[in-house]
Write a protein that binds this ligand. Structure first.
Ligand code: FRU
Length: 594
């Protein structure tokens, strides 16, 4: 009996000891794997979905699995889920068959592609209206089967679903049901135009094909999963376009105007942006236009937005008017501008008489376009397409093409008499940042390779300063350095002329685009902070904590795209003090295998 008791006692002790040991062992391995110091900081390896493992596939920026992507559309937060809809071609990786693709995320960072949400419309009805456009001396007849074929082949009865936005109708203003998600998009097609001379042709003389754009609704009763076409589309017909140019009338963005208790829609209309208001989201009244004053006629305006904001640290309310312009951006081709003012319920009132003629640029690289902000969020978070209409056709990625920028939080700050936007990656990105490698109080003249780091996806941040006596000519970071150090991309500051640039001329990648893009800074502060978010084929560079940004698609070292994992600091022509430098590997978002 005694022996049995003793045996039971011992077994209990052994089991307890085993439990304690395994607990301690587990925690310590977890601790070690997180904090183990191997002397070398490398990218954490996780299992990446093979669909997203191509050498130039960005690992923490969203792209579609195997199709084309351009503008973000209908960005909205609803019931704990962020929805990103976007322009896609469900059938391939070139522009065409324009539809709304869809991805969802619970944290703004990890996105999961969903089925196409609003496909291009097919078998649509015959078009039949008269209109005198700004180019006509008398009304003409838009008459025939619509087509997305342009001039090629027979009319196909299809209409594209172009860019737009989504709002959540929490009060059932539209009568489609409480909390319905209502998508506003541009229906775009071409159709035959005829005159009223029936002597040779009973339908009138054929004058050619013309483009038509009108505003339509589709709505979702299942929180964004599926959309139902609205029966009485269009809600704003082409005949009503204030400029009388129905070929350029697109990209409706809707916002609620708290002060005047109304919905506001802004649309791009060639060289102007048109403002409408509505109480019920269905009937829209034209109120005013913002007329372009800078570089007039150089490409059309697209994807406008009116963003209500408060100047940081104050109660001062402003409305930021942002717009994408097809041509004439600082780095060439397409880019984004913004203007600060107020909204009186009918008109956007620019802050000064010079505001509209002096656009502020949202970004100075080649690759930030069509940015719009999320609806139904407390913060102002913008997502943009990372490309440029000037050369997107040359991008060679396959089977996908096109990707999104990081979601960026926008704040409006006072800068003297002006108010300016500051951009920072959304705070949610922090979760992807792994074991940082840090150095501080470094004196540098020349180039210093950071041997402890190797990787292709990371955040690199450095704070440089200098004194007048031994002032360097240039300071900065060499990114994506090849093993033999001969190829690299520079994110640098030219101390002599106060300009920050991304220079790809040594990247080894062939490109007939701008090899160097830059932004001029005003101050001569004697210091600069550069934060570069580097991914497989992109760099988003934030200057002085988001005062200015440069966004570039990169294709470094095409012969060996998996090389180029090095990073270096440089200071040429003098000595720089680097008070703080860190490089943080960023984990892939494509490891959520089903
Ligand atoms: C902007 C844009 C929009 C249009 C969409 C078509 O990039 O041209 O104006 O709605 O793309 O894909």
């Amino acid at each position: 009996m005694k022996a049995t008791k003793w045996l039971i006692g011992m077994s209990v002790l052994i089991v307890l000891a085993l439990i304690v040991f395994s607990f301690l062992h587990n925690t310590s391995t977890k601790y070690l794997s997180k904090h183990r110091s191997t002397g070398k900081v490398a990218q954490t390896q996780s299992v990446i979905d093979p669909n997203y493992a191509q050498p130039y596939r960005d690992q923490y920026h969203y792209s579609a699995k195997k199709t084309w992507l351009n503008d973000p559309n209908g960005l909205i937060y609803s019931n704990g889920t962020y929805h990103m809809f976007y322009q896609t071609n469900p059938q391939g990786n070139t522009w065409g068959n324009m539809s709304w693709g869809h991805a969802e995320s619970s944290d703004l960072i990890h996105w999961k592609e969903q089925p196409v949400a609003i496909p291009q419309r097919e078998e649509t009805p015959w078009v039949d209206f008269w209109m005198q456009t700004s180019h006509d001396s008398k009304p003409v007849h838009y008459y025939g089967l619509p087509t997305t074929n342009g001039d090629a082949g027979n009319p196909n009865g299809k209409r594209f679903v172009f860019s737009g936005s989504i709002i959540k109708d929490t009060k059932n203003a539209a009568g489609l049901g409480k909390n319905t998600l209502i998508a506003f998009y541009t229906s775009a097609y071409s159709v035959a135009v005829r005159d009223d001379d029936y002597s040779k042709d009973s339908m009138g003389n054929f004058l050619g094909l013309r483009d038509v754009q009108e505003q339509c609704i589709a709505y979702s009763k299942d929180d964004g999963k599926t959309f139902i076409p609205y029966k009485k589309n269009p809600v704003i017909a082409a005949q009503a376009v204030p400029t009388r140019d129905p070929a350029n009338f697109r990209d409706p963005k809707i916002v609620y105007d708290e002060a005047h208790k109304q919905w506001v829609m802004i649309l791009a209309a060639g060289q102007e942006a048109d403002i409408y208001t509505s109480a019920d989201l269905i009937h829209w009244t034209y109120r005013s236009a913002i007329i372009r004053e800078h570089d007039v006629g150089n490409g059309a305006w697209e994807c406008p937005e009116l963003i209500p904001m408060t100047i940081e640290g104050t109660k001062e309310k402003k409305w930021v008017f942002s717009i994408s312009v097809q041509k004439g951006a600082p780095a060439g081709g397409s880019g984004m501008q913004y203007f600060v003012g107020t909204f009186n319920g009918k008109e956007f009132v620019p802050d000064t008489a010079q505001t509209l003629s002096h656009p502020k640029w949202l970004d100075y690289g080649e690759d930030l376009y069509a940015g719009v902000t999320f609806s139904n969020m407390k913060r102002t978070v913008m997502l943009s397409w990372m490309s440029n209409w000037d050369y997107v056709g040359e991008q060679k990625t396959s089977p996908w093409k096109g990707e999104m920028s990081l979601p960026r939080e926008l704040t409006l700050v006072r800068a003297g008499k002006d108010a300016v936007l500051i951009q920072r990656p959304a705070r949610e990105l922090a979760q992807l940042i792994q074991n940082p490698f840090k150095m501080s109080d470094l004196k540098l003249s020349g180039t210093k390779a950071i041997k402890q780091f190797s990787g292709r996806q990371y955040k690199a941040e450095a704070q440089f300063s200098w004194n007048a006596k031994n002032r360097p000519d240039q300071v900065g970071l060499r990114l994506r350095v090849s093993q033999d150090h001969s190829k690299y991309i520079t994110a640098g500051y030219d101390v002599r002329n106060h300009s920050v640039s991304i220079d790809q001329s040594n990247s080894g990648g062939k490109s007939n685009r701008n090899q160097k893009t830059n932004v001029q800074l005003n101050e001569k502060a004697g210091r600069i902070k550069l934060t570069a978010y580097v991914d497989s084929s992109s760099i988003e560079l934030f200057v002085n904590d988001g005062e200015k940004t440069l966004t570039q698609i990169i294709y470094p070292n095409p012969d060996q795209p998996l090389d180029s994992k090095g990073i270096a600091l440089f200071s040429t022509g003098g000595t720089a003090q680097i008070s703080q430098f860190e490089v943080d590997p960023i984990a892939s978002i494509w490891n959520n295998l089903d």
